[in-house]
Design a protein around this ligand. Structure first.
Ligand code: ADP
Ligand code: ZN
Ligand code: ZN
Length: 731
């Protein structure tokens, strides 16, 4: 009794904490009187959880006079004197947890770099750059070839000082160079001297800028559609300069920036040391420093991949999403978010402008622009006035194919090579051949863990499954009948590279795929070979579609795009149109339009013809009509419940049990559960349940009611399940 009274007098302070546990709720703790001052929204705290201790983030505090102290455990410690996560970022996490129906604790803690998540103190290294000394500048030309790493650093610093994270080398190399007195460390000057001025805008750029300047720093989504080379990046640079001049920071999202060093270099050239990059290649420590620099406001421009959308900012004033259509913006596991969509929501909440740029915008963005939700700016002309190339369909039916290449394609390539041009061959398949077939009994190397074939990688003498990563040696004879002749069927980049090397022994071939391009240095080396004319033929996958500049390229050959025509994925044609257009856009030099050939067995395919004859925009208009007729996005809103289990029937059984939770909600159709496109992958049998809704609100009401109950279903412990809101593919 007495206890109760005293307690009532000393109203308890409760704190609601986001914890890294897979539960859809926050946890309340009592704040001991000594900590009441320190506990604030966004601060990290240490709490007891079961028999463990966890690090969590304070979401809210609330005095509660009715709380019975016996119901709550005490916070142990507050780790941050000032809250680590700014309120706007926490708000964004809360929104994302709701929108993607994902546990909030997981969203909040994934926004923290690894060490901070584990409770380390948030301390910044003294920001430093490495610079070339006079001695280093003098020594640079004479460093022997075999000191490759040292030379690379000296070359990189030749233009301007660079921060550690911009130098792709080991700490040892830096130490050796410092010991020789060739490089030195300096403190950062945030305002770098001698910033190159922007070129005078072209007429199209001027018109676009006038539109962009009207936003006045307020929220608005601007879709900048312009072919490669039309000057989009220059527009970003100008808007970012204006943002910095207002004392704010800018966030630039780009797909896979370790593969596009040119983009980062351009930002550094314009904005100097205030540019910070953020991507997985940095390592924990580098990412943490970038995170803290962004939070403090020292990083004026952050250029990063998908996860940079979760960085804290002191004063964010502008977001740019370059290549907004790129699939790498969609995270395919855990919190399945679209960085582009989260970026738009972030801009809306902060009331700041966002620029989406692409030569080939997604159907969603084109649709939103058409509906007036986004402002649509177009740059039709290339700055250097090279007309965009025309795509010619090359009917290969009945033609003899030399490792996938037809005689007309090879002849065209030969002509361009003889005239001094460079030739690019694109195909979106790495390895030597996608199938290894026994000519006698029909055995075709299967993956034992997936419903898929293993890809033949001749260079590495392996069969590799591209879906689960399983590897095995290439069998000497057919495991089924003993036949020794095993035929590679179909062509990948390795095979095309070899065919070209045989056919054109006098020209070097550079291959670009993830087997060959294993580091930024490897990429840089190959790009230099192309730039300096040592390699005249390029063969590669979509890496070649990513914004690299090939000024000597006069011809592009697309080895095949037919897969997309038969694909069951509803985005296959949109994606094909984007890839083909992006790759074709690399062709053309010195005012000459490039030549683009596309080999196909379906030359009459109506959509292929529209794309070739009228271009990507016309293709999109046709695809949008189809999407409307089939009620697919953007004309409907989808969510996918996926389940997978080792036991063959468990996933489907689980989804059958889940289905009633989703059924019977107005405006939402819950399709029958069915096996996934690739039913078995990495040893798991997979199934899915598709929800389609006419309105987002209806979809979210249904998900909010159903998702928390999914883990209570009888089979829930036998399966791994996940919710994918706005899924990218339905496979
Ligand atoms: P995109 O981002 O659309 O591919 P960029 O902004 O990279 O286009 O521009 C293509 C090329 O033209 C770049 O080399 C860039 O430096 C140059 N450029 C862009 N705008 C101008 C301009 N107004 N005057 C001169 N050169 C420009
Ligand atoms: Zn056989
Ligand atoms: Zn496999």
């Amino acid at each position: 009794m007495v206890h109760k009274v005293i307690h009532k007098l000393l109203t308890a302070l409760l704190a609601s904490i986001a914890l890294p546990v897979p539960l859809f709720r926050a946890f309340d703790y009592r704040v001991p009187p000594t900590l009441t001052e320190a506990v604030r929204r966004g601060a990290r705290v240490r709490v007891p959880f079961g028999r463990r201790e966890l690090i969590g983030v304070v979401l809210a505090t609330q005095p509660d006079s009715d709380a019975d102290p016996a119901d709550y455990r005490d916070l142990i410690e507050v780790l941050d004197p000032t809250p680590l996560l700014p309120p706007d970022l926490l708000g964004l996490c809360e929104w994302a947890a709701g929108y993607y129906h994902h546990p909030l604790g997981d969203v909040v803690t994934s926004a923290l770099p690894g060490r901070l998540r584990k409770g380390a103190a948030a301390e910044r290294d003294q920001p430093l750059v490495y610079a070339l000394t006079d001695a280093g500048a003098a020594a640079r030309p004479a460093v022997p070839e075999r000191f490759r790493a040292q030379r690379a650093v000296l070359d990189a610093l030749h233009g301007a000082p660079l921060p550690r994270d911009a130098l792709a080398c080991s700490a040892g190399v830096l130490r050796q160079l410092e010991d020789k007195g060739w490089i030195e460390r300096r403190g950062v000057q945030t305002q770098s001297a001698g910033v190159p001025a922007s070129p005078a805008p072209t007429a199209e750029q001027a018109a676009a800028l006038e539109q962009l300047e009207r936003d006045d720093g307020r929220f608005g989504v601007h879709l900048i559609e312009g072919v490669t080379g039309s000057g989009k990046t220059e527009l970003y640079l100008r808007r970012i300069a204006a943002c910095i001049a207002r004392g704010q920071q800018a966030l630039v999202l780009a797909p896979e920036i370790s593969l596009t060093p040119q983009l980062e270099a351009r930002f550094r050239e314009r904005f100097g040391d205030g540019v910070v990059s953020f991507h997985s290649g940095l390592g924990d420590r580098g990412r943490e420093q970038a995170w803290l620099g962004s939070r403090s406001g020292d990083a004026r421009v952050v250029i990063g991949t998908r996860s940079a959308v979760w960085l804290p900012f002191a004063r964010l004033g502008l977001i740019v999403v370059d290549e907004e259509h790129d699939t790498s913006y969609k995270q395919q596991d855990g919190l399945r978010y679209s960085a582009r969509d989260v970026a738009i929501m972030r801009a809306r909440k902060l009331d700041i402008p966002i620029l989406l740029g692409s030569a080939t915008p997604s159907l969603e963005s084109l649709y939103n622009a058409g509906a007036g939700r986004y402002r649509h700016l177009r740059l039709e002309r290339r700055v250097h006035d090279t007309p965009p190339p025309q795509i010619r369909l090359l009917d290969v039916r009945g033609l003899p194919l030399d490792h996938g290449l037809s005689p007309p394609l090879l002849q065209a390539a030969e002509r361009h090579l003889q005239q001094g041009g460079q030739v690019l061959l694109f195909l979106n398949r790495r390895g030597y051949a996608p199938v290894l077939l026994c000519h006698v009994c029909g055995w075709s190397a299967p993956c034992n863990h997936c419903d898929a074939h293993m890809t033949l990688h001749q260079g590495r003498s392996l069969l590799i499954c591209h879906h689960c990563g399983a590897q095995q040696p290439i069998p000497r004879a057919c495991p089924s009948c003993g036949e020794r002749r095993l035929l590679p069927v179909g062509a990948g980049t390795e095979r095309v590279e070899q065919a070209l090397a045989n056919r054109f022994p006098q020209y070097a071939v550079a291959r670009f795929d993830s087997d060959r391009i294993t580091s930024p240095t490897a990429l840089e080396r190959q790009l230099a070979d192309i730039r300096e004319g040592r390699a005249r033929i390029l063969v590669g996958t979509q890496i070649l579609a990513k914004g690299h500049d090939f000024p000597g390229l006069s011809m592009v050959g697309i080895v095949s795009a037919d897969q997309a025509l038969y694909g069951s994925d509803f985005r296959a044609l949109e994606r094909m149109g984007q890839l083909v257009t992006q790759v074709a856009g690399r062709a053309g030099r010195a005012g000459q339009p490039g030549e683009v050939w596309l080999q196909t067995h379906e030359p009459e395919h109506p959509l292929l013809r529209v794309m070739a004859e009228q271009g990507y925009r016309a293709l999109c208009e046709r695809l949008l009509v189809e999407r409307e007729q089939t009620a697919l996005p953007p004309f409907s809103h989808l969510a996918l419940l996926r389940a997978e289990a080792r036991e063959p029937d468990a996933a489907l059984r689980y989804l059958d049990a889940a289905w009633p939770l989703f059924d019977g909600h107005a405006g939402v159709t819950a399709m029958d559960p069915m096996p996934s496109g690739m039913e078995r992958r990495a040893g798991y049998t997979r199934a899915q349940l598709l929800l389609s809704a006419t309105s987002r609100a209806a979809l979210h009401r249904t998900l909010a009611a159903a998702v928390p109950r999914l883990s209570q279903l009888p089979d829930a412990r036998r399966v791994r399940w996940s919710i994918d809101v706005d899924p990218y593919d339905l496979m």
